[in-house]
Design a protein around this ligand. Sequence first.
Ligand SMILES: Cc1ncc(COP(=O)(O)O)c(C=O)c1O
Length: 432
Amino acid sequence: MMPDEAHLTSARPAPDTLAIAGGSPVRPPNRPWPRWPQPAENAPDLLASVLAGGRWGISGPATGSEPYERAFGRRFAEYVGTRHCVPVDHGSSALVTALEALRLPYGSTVLVPALTWVASASAVFRAGLVPILVDVDPETGCVGPDNVAPEADTGALIAVHWACAMADIPGIREITDPLGITVIEDAAQAHGAQWLGKQAGSLGRIGCFSMQHSKVLTAGEGGAVVTDDDALAALLEELRADSRRYAGGQSTAMGLDLVESATLMGANFCLSEFGAAVLCAQLGILDEQHAIRNANYLLLGKLLADVPGVRLLNHREEQTRLSLYEVPLIFDPLPDGVTAQQIADALTAELHTRFYPPRAPLNRSTLLRPWTKPSLAHLAERFVAEHRARTYPHAEHLVAHTVLAHHGSFLGDERDMADIADAVAKVLIAYQ
Ligand SMILES: Cc1ncc(COP(=O)(O)O)c(C=O)c1O
């Protein structure tokens, strides 16, 4: 070998050098991942029909045809298997209206798992109530029957289906129902997940969904509340439309679809016709997308079974269908001196799609600071006092040992799963 060549060879990183340290990545940077969101084929036509149709929101004059907002509500209720669905503008609004519909006394407490997006707790404050954070099941990351520790004034529990696991709602309800505590399912991350064949959202008294950009069913922003309870559904309609409900019967030309029923005071949380039209289209491909993602997830599980030091999240066997949202890869134990953040960064560099640890449990989240809003000061005082001495060992442990991948990366094929498994193996070998 010429001296120059020897120099070149020794400067080149070894094949197992991590991409984050200058090595070549497992996946060539020019091989794209599936895009998210993926518009359904009929989405442009439905959107165009709203643009041309003259009604862009349900508070506009009726056109004689069914508003998309109503059509989506009808179709999503059918999908979830509940009698009613009231569409709203955000998942947070779904939670606020659900809590308001319960008409709990001001300042009552609501149990909320520590491992969730901040909205599960901030919605409680917005409804004039105080969230009490509880720990989660160490296997699923969801609140479970063992975590139900009500206060004397607890009126509700928000059961979040986390990442791609489902909370054991029937188990929770065995404890909460006799105490008169209402279970609201926060199914923002779980459209289409099933527990013994029943859809997420239909297991609690009220189910709440988000249709924000990253969710499996999305219009960029959006949400929905579902319930079997006729009286609650009527209140939910008012709460989301400034105290107005749908007029009974068909809408008439030049009339309005909403009547001022005003049994209680609402706010404007209405979903626009653009959002509703997109959701009508996207709902048509949701189950197809679930099938692709779930087949890929199954394959990834098989591939990772050969990689020591990593596993997928455990699900309860009663969960008969997965709805992948953020897919947890569990590294427990972590290699010595290595953090989940370091693994996430190394995987991101190998694969050119984002891997990231879960956010901090809500007891130490910088996003949950109710004392910064004067209108919440009174509720914040109790919140702070209640949480001084509480700890969340299971949530903390999961956060420290988990790396998440977005479900959009599971809409491709087997090669993508092989890339993920290869990258995980490479990173773990490098960090051992
Ligand atoms: C569990 C959970 N609840 C509530 C929400 C709030 O939904 P939105 O962002 O649509 O208000 C989210 C959104 O990420 C969520 O993940």
